[in-house]
Design a protein around this ligand. Structure first.
Ligand SMILES: C[S@@+](CC[C@H](N)C(=O)[O-])C[C@H]1O[C@@H](n2cnc3c(N)ncnc32)[C@H](O)[C@@H]1O
Length: 196
């Protein structure tokens, strides 16, 4: 049976409303941490001009494949094995990277590896769009995000909602500059950096 994430169904339309204009002139997108694969099939179907590359750690591949097989889209690719900290990054011709709800799951060295990897992969002008909850100046933007952070740290103390400023520093070190910070429903954001 296909894996299913309710939150993907809830956030896919608001995310699409941001990435549709953002990726209008893009050709290839690498998705980091595709999870169930729901986002990939929804976004690839809505953005047929793009080649959408899915990726994740191997334990997610079977589920992603089920979603891809059912959707049978010509522009979404079988999952690549990409653990941002442990894999050799694939050599892809992409001009954008998308990732949702990964920075708070990854341990900090993995977040560092993700930004370094994205900076190394993207050509000049390439975009990195990162969806999720973020803190600003060390402060939660809502009680629900604070509770979520507590729940994450209860699962694994190395997880947690990341500070925008820390991520922006990693982006800058990887040659990227913040292009926009979009407010999203349920106290989430899409942070978008551009490779210089
Ligand atoms: C909460 S899920 C989000 C999945 C999907 N993007 C979504 O929004 O529903 C976190 C994802 O991050 C991936 N992830 C965690 N650590 C990772 C790493 N080191 N490299 C690549 N992906 C990682 C997990 O495998 C999982 O798919």
């Amino acid at each position: 049976m296909k894996p299913y994430s309710e939150s993907c169904d809830q956030n896919r339309e608001p995310i699409l409303s941001v990435i549709k204009p953002l990726f209008a002139d893009r050709r290839g997108v690498l998705e980091i941490g595709s999870g169930t694969g729901q986002h990939a099939v929804y976004f690839a179907a809505a953005l047929p001009h793009l080649t959408w590359y899915t990726s994740d750690c191997p334990e997610y591949h079977a589920g992603i494949r089920l979603w891809l097989e059912e959707a049978a889209l010509p522009n979404v690719c079988a999952p690549l094995q990409l653990d941002v900290a442990r894999s050799t990054w694939p050599e892809l011709e992409v001009d954008a990277v998308f990732s949702a709800n990964t920075a708070h799951i990854m341990h900090w060295p993995e977040v560092e590896a993700m930004f370094a990897g994205v900076g190394g992969l993207l050509p000049s002008g390439g975009l990195f769009a990162l969806y999720g909850p973020f803190n600003y100046n060390g402060l939660f933007t809502s009680d629900s995000n604070a509770r979520f952070d507590g729940w994450l740290k209860g699962r694994d103390p190395a997880m947690g909602v990341r500070d925008f400023e820390d991520l922006d520093r990693l982006a800058e070190a990887a040659g990227m500059r913040l292009l926009n910070d979009y407010a999203m429903p349920a106290n989430n954001r899409i942070l978008c950096w551009q490779r210089q």
